[in-house]
Design a protein around this ligand. Structure first.
Ligand SMILES: C[S@@+](CC[C@H](N)C(=O)[O-])C[C@H]1O[C@@H](n2cnc3c(N)ncnc32)[C@H](O)[C@@H]1O
Length: 294
């Protein structure tokens, strides 16, 4: 019997508290904090430091209450007993930090626009190689993906001459649903010029939706960076920004070497400006702040 079902049957044991909580209370003990920490680290690579106990307590509290779990331990047992893996997906959705915005760390987009894309397009066209693949490997709610699309498309003229695809992936299904929708508030695109906005988005009241003909160039998928990558081909550009900061050194090294394998020769890896590959064993050459080349 699953922990949650067990929980529902055993609820009578204690009078529910004001929020439908069990009488035992909902303190996260250090022992249970460590259990969650180990599980989250093993399944997502996200390494939570000692001072993250309050964060975990808050983020899981809602789920504990809505599922009428009597304790954090009971919820933990429910997660590991769930052979569908769905509750683990929900747990990771709750603990992942998804902050992102359009054209975040703009120097990367400038470098693409002013230097890398013109060179790449010329060299591809000279070889009559029309295949271009970009990957945003921890894309959160899609802003990074659509910023890349807005940056690349002007170079693909006419678009029909190119076989261009952009993959956006993330471990969190919650943010991926948002990314797939491509629906943003106008305030989120402050700083993008109005002409570009009308070219790429449909406007309705205060919201903007990415035009369907552009969305067709993008695919979103759940992909855990810890797991083997399921690709046959290689990418010209991989963005993996502001996620490795949550990983420890050995996890970072492992992922960076997988990126190397899945980049085409001469391809570029972009990481967050607060991240670096120092101390990792890898074969990339340094190009500029947070940019590396195969
Ligand atoms: C702070 S956001 C960064 C979004 C975007 N790259 C940017 O820089 O604006 C980090 C993202 O990494 C995702 N993430 C965390 N662990 C992951 C893993 N093991 N595999 C794939 N994505 C992961 C989180 O769900 C989150 O959406």
């Amino acid at each position: 019997m699953r922990a949650r079902e067990k929980n529902q049957n055993s609820k009578k044991k204690g009078a529910p508290g004001p929020l439908g909580l069990g009488a035992q209370g909902h303190k996260l003990s250090n022992k249970d904090f460590n259990l969650f920490r180990e599980l989250i680290y093993a399944k997502s690579g996200i390494s939570l430091s000692d001072d993250r106990k309050d964060l975990l307590t808050n983020r899981l509290g809602k789920r504990i209450r809505s599922g009428s779990f009597e304790s954090y331990r009971q919820y933990y047992e429910y997660v590991i007993a769930d052979s569908s893996g769905q509750e683990l997906v929900q747990l990771i959705n709750m603990i992942s930090t998804n902050l992102t915005y359009f054209f975040r760390e703009p120097k990367h987009f400038d470098l693409l626009q002013n230097t890398l894309l013109p060179k790449m397009i010329k060299s591809k066209a000279d070889r009559n190689d029309r295949r271009i693949r970009f990957w945003s490997a921890a894309c959160s709610s899609g802003e990074e993906v659509y910023s890349l699309l807005i940056t690349v498309l002007p170079y693909l003229e006419p678009l029909s001459a190119w076989d261009f695809k952009l993959l956006g992936s993330d471990i969190s299904t919650k943010v991926l649903s948002k990314a797939k929708l491509g629906l943003y508030d106008r305030s989120q695109v402050n700083g993008i010029d109005p002409l570009t906005i009308s070219e790429y988005f449909h406007k309705k009241d205060q919201s903007l939706t990415v035009k369907p003909e552009l969305k067709r160039l993008v695919k979103f998928a759940r992909l855990n960076l810890l797991e083997p990558f399921p690709f046959k081909g290689q990418f010209e550009v991989i963005f993996c920004r502001n996620v490795m900061i949550y990983f420890d050194q050995s996890t970072r090294e492992n992922i960076v070497n997988k990126f190397y394998q899945y980049l085409a020769p001469g391809g570029h890896l972009f990481i967050g400006h607060s991240e670096n590959l120092t101390g990792l064993n890898h074969k990339f050459s340094y190009v500029g702040p947070a940019v590396y080349k195969k």
